[in-house]
Design a protein around this ligand. Structure first.
Ligand SMILES: NC(=O)c1ccc[n+]([C@@H]2O[C@H](COP(=O)([O-])OP(=O)(O)OC[C@H]3O[C@@H](n4cnc5c(N)ncnc54)[C@H](O)[C@@H]3O)[C@@H](O)[C@H]2O)c1
Length: 508
């Protein structure tokens, strides 16, 4: 590195999984790094690990021999807290307990220069509460890294109620010096990434809880329709429910039982039963030698004579649906009402198939829904939904017809907004409300979520792609179907939808 590091000497307190990663970044930014841990030998173990990491990187040609040597020479072990006195920045990554962190920072404040910056890597505690007992709370900020630190290239800089803006700026600039992307957040439960991530799993759990589809089908739909890298159940298996369920509960409770974050009894029970995920060999999937045992896709039914198809005039993307049916070689009915033998298709946004069949006075036994929220060519899977009265021959005929060109088809049971619509609308709505609350800028929100959660698009960009008015329609209709305030649209979304503005639009 050719620059002068913003913090020339950096202290790391707590040299476990996170502390050692942060120490690596600080050394790579050019800082001298002092490592302190309460447990004897822990700081030395961290230094040994980091020297090994840089050796590996040098062997692979990712860093030069000079860099390897320089980084290593920057690491020093502090035998006691007093040895941290020359530090310009101290980052703590100790046990996640408010009283212990408060005590640590009070001790640090007594030995450091008054202008030194104090930073906490807490995931779930309030930065404001940690700083409340300090003489100079303005010098303390949240500095939230993700695991593994070197690979997760986003860091949340969190301003407590009294944190000085200059401290946040220094931390953000320093973050860029080691090549990570800083995002700035107000001190609120879950900060940005852990807050914005509430929608994906909780809504998928509701879909599963209504027995709309099994876990594997829900995962396949969200991956193939929206491009999520992992389905929500695969993700929960990887994180393990002993980690993710308490986070779901904690954020819900910290927001005083806000329905948008409501956890599920499914994960409560599975956690109690020890069925927590991949690491124990059994979660939503069973694992053999580390590989998930996926149920086979349901076979495509064989149909001799497919019925003609009639499409509701109220269907979403009706012209595209007609074109798709034409491409699939369907016999299309164009009359104002379906013939007695026709398969009837509806394409709702947010409503369930049952509601449309009833409102449009259609023969429910022959009615199925198709999710047309996204353009068919933009997805790798078609999703059809039955209603409780749908005849099995009509279900099979629809399945066979839409699978004619070889594209994957999932047939699910009735659901307001199928799977993708309701999960995506929930994610967009939570993100919109985070902007409404001023937790972060729209830009930082999308950046943090793409880098921290690996979503194919930031939630606001996702909402813009679908169209804010479509997302609003889905949410209003979900509220009608379920009567649940969970789906009430955020004012941020309502106003931008009503005015035809992008969800990233900020008021001047
Ligand atoms: N692990 C993660 O994925 C992750 C991600 C982001 C933030 N965090 C947060 O980072 C912090 C550390 O997490 P971790 O996973 O690295 O934990 P860890 O258990 O791997 O390491 C904690 C280290 O701190 C030391 N320690 C504990 N109390 C101390 C004290 N009073 N003074 C000095 N050293 C002390 C321990 O000996 C241990 O070496 C926690 O606040 C956690 O919430 C963790």
């Amino acid at each position: 590195m050719v620059h002068t590091p913003i913090f020339q000497t950096v202290g790391i307190v707590g040299t476990g999984a996170m502390g050692r990663g942060i120490a690596q970044m600080a050394a790579q930014a050019g800082s001298k790094v002092l490592l302190f841990d309460l447990q004897a030998g822990a700081a030395q173990a961290a230094v040994d690990t980091l020297l090994g990491t840089w050796q590996t990187l040098a062997n692979k040609g990712k860093i030069s021999a000079e860099q390897q040597q320089a980084y290593g020479q920057r690491l020093l072990i502090a035998d006691n807290m007093a040895a941290l006195s020359p530090c310009h920045l101290v980052v703590e990554a100790i046990v996640e307990r408010l009283d212990v962190k408060q005590k640590l920072f009070a001790e640090l404040e007594a030995i450091l220069d008054p202008m030194a910056v104090l930073a906490t890597n807490t995931s779930s505690l309030s930065v404001t509460a940690i700083g409340a007992a300090l003489k100079r709370p303005g010098q303390l900020a949240g500095y939230h890294f993700f695991n593994p630190v070197a690979l997760m290239r986003v860091v949340e800089v969190i301003a407590g109620l009294k944190t000085s803006a200059a401290v946040c700026q220094q931390l953000a600039d320093y973050t860029r010096q080691f090549g990570h992307t800083p995002v700035t957040a107000q001190d609120t439960p879950g900060f940005i990434v852990n807050h914005a991530g509430r929608g994906y799993s909780t809504e998928a759990l509701r879909v599963a809880g209504e027995r709309v589809a099994d876990f594997a089908t829900i995962d396949r739909i969200l991956k193939d329709q929206m491009g999520f890298r992992l389905g929500p159940f695969e993700l929960m298996d990887l994180t393990a429910l002993d980690v993710s369920h308490p986070v779901m509960e904690s954020i819900y409770r910290q927001y005083f039982d806000e329905p948008r974050y409501r956890p599920s009894v499914i994960t409560t029970q599975r956690l109690a039963g020890g069925v927590v995920g991949k690491k124990v060999g059994e979660g939503f999937y069973r694992y053999e030698q580390g590989a998930a045992q996926l149920p086979a896709e349901p076979a495509t039914p064989q149909i001799s004579e497919p019925p003609p198809v009639w499409v509701s005039p109220k269907a979403a993307r009706r012209a595209e649906l007609y074109q798709l049916l034409k491409n699939l070689g369907a016999q299309i009915e164009t009359g104002s009402a379906p013939s007695a033998s026709a398969l009837i298709l509806v394409a709702p946004l947010g409503l369930d198939v049952t509601t449309l069949a009833a409102v449009e006075r259609l023969d429910a036994t022959r009615t199925l829904g198709i999710d047309m929220m996204l353009d068919d060519s933009a997805t790798k899977r078609r999703v059809l939904a039955t209603n409780p009265a749908t005849r099995s021959d009509m279900r099979d005929a629809a399945h066979a017809l839409f699978a004619r060109d070889g594209k994957a088809v999932s047939v699910i049971r009735d659901s307001g907004g199928f799977v993708t619509q309701r999960v995506v609308a929930t994610i967009v709505n939570i993100a919109a409300d985070m902007c409404q609350q001023g937790i972060c800028t729209p830009k930082d929100l999308d950046l943090a979520v793409t880098l921290g959660l690996g979503y194919p698009l930031g939630p606001l960009a996702m909402g813009d792609r679908i169209g804010p008015t479509n997302v609003l329609e889905i949410l209003f209709n979900l509220q009608t179907v379920y009567g649940d305030p969970r789906y009430r649209p955020s004012p941020w979304l309502r106003r931008r939808g009503a005015l035809g503005l992008s969800l990233t639009h900020e008021e001047t």
